[in-house]
Design a protein around this ligand. Structure first.
Ligand code: KG4
Ligand code: ZN
Length: 348
């Protein structure tokens, strides 16, 4: 089974071809970072317009890379949500139209399910069941994963997602967008003598939920206490912020592992690319005697490969969107029913 995967939920246009026998055949990404950089964050309307420009050429490219013509494609997977409405609509419209014209099924994939299953694209892939830590620009959550589609959210952020907090603090410190890699880079140049220690939010009470807005305010207040934010102070603040975030994630992961008894931990989403987090997770794995699985760094952030893979699993199980739409040349007014009951003549 050969699947075209399309990702357009936010500021990356992704396309990939996944084959059930030969695995990932091709993937490409067009990043909109330069487009949104001047605004310090994603501008939804610009994102959608850029997906329109870039998506079809990208699809053509991956098909060429994979030496695949349309006749060899068995299904199309696209991100159906969550994400920016306009951006999602581009991927959905293109995905559904291609599937329809090729006469193959299409399936709308949940973006976070794509992230969650992305480590399965790797050679050393996790087996179900496992604990998942999903850390992206839009979500921070811990989930008990029994099987595909069997997810129990154990805890999530009550306010900002962790990636969002990275992005906002980077903006405050004048480090640019996207904030995660910029903070990590600045933190690497911190000095030992003037380090700050920031709070680890919600770790002193039971539960697996997260909250990053208090830490964000604490960081903002620390920055404001310095009339002149030179590069060293910025680096030290970035360091203290990253330490607080990473430590908080580690504390909650340990707690969730203890609670569920899982011996496998999957970490995915953009913040999963953070080197300090990976280092601390490695130590945790050793201490707890568990195994950790990540996608490669380029599949931590948004990409088409994870959507192709999640879509493949769902299409293989027989799930797909209705392919056809109907018009009714003979349709009596009297055949109409209240909304949601009948879609056309004869359908009751
Ligand atoms: O998964 P993703 O590409 O998009 C969403 O689904 O949101 O995640 C993007 C987020 C951004 O907030 C970005 O700052 C963060 O992931 N990020 C990082 C790193 N690389 C990306 N955060 C911390 N450290 C990184 N190395
Ligand atoms: Zn994402």
């Amino acid at each position: 089974m050969r699947i075209l995967g399309i990702e357009t939920s936010c500021d990356d246009t992704g396309a990939a071809i996944y084959d059930s026998e030969e695995r990932l055949l091709a993937h490409r990404l067009h990043s909109q970072i330069a487009l949104h950089g001047d605004y310090g964050g994603v501008v939804p309307e610009l994102a959608a317009r850029d997906h329109i420009r870039k998506l079809l050429p990208l699809v053509k490219q991956v098909m060429q890379d994979a030496a695949t013509d349309a006749a060899a494609i068995d299904g199309v997977a696209y991100t159906a949500g969550p994400g920016l409405a306009g951006a999602l609509l581009v991927g959905a419209a293109v995905g559904r139209a291609l599937a329809w014209s090729w006469g193959v099924p299409a399936v709308g994939v949940h973006h976070m399910e794509g992230h969650l299953l992305s480590p399965m694209l790797e050679k050393i892939a996790p087996a179900f069941p496992f604990l998942a830590l999903l850390v992206s620009g839009g979500h921070t959550l811990l989930a008990d994963v029994e099987d595909i589609g069997h997810y129990t959210v154990l805890g999530e952020s009550l306010d900002d997602a962790v990636g969002e907090a990275f992005d906002k603090i980077a903006k405050l410190l004048g480090l640019g967008y996207p904030g995660g890699p910029a903070i990590a880079e600045a933190a690497a140049t911190a000095t030992g003598d003037d380090r700050f220690v920031f709070p680890r939010p919600m770790t002193d009470r039971p539960g697996l939920d997260f909250s990053f807005s208090g830490l964000k305010t604490y960081t903002v207040n620390t920055a404001r206490r310095h009339a002149h934010l030179d590069a060293q102070i910025v680096a030290n603040i970035a360091y203290a912020f990253q330490e607080a975030v990473v430590d908080t994630l580690i504390i909650k992961c340990r707690r969730a592992l203890g609670q569920t008894g899982h011996t496998r931990l999957v970490v995915a989403g953009g913040v999963g690319a953070n080197r300090r987090l990976r280092q601390r997770l490695k130590e945790t794995a050793k201490d707890e005697g568990i195994e950790i699985y990540y996608p490669r760094p380029e599949f931590c952030t948004d990409n088409g490969a994870m959507i192709a893979y999640a879509g493949y699993l769902r299409l293989r199980a027989g799930q797909h969107e209705p392919q056809a739409f109907d018009v009714f040349p003979r349709w009596r007014l009297g055949d109409l029913a209240p909304p949601g009951n009948r879609r056309g003549p004869g359908e009751r």
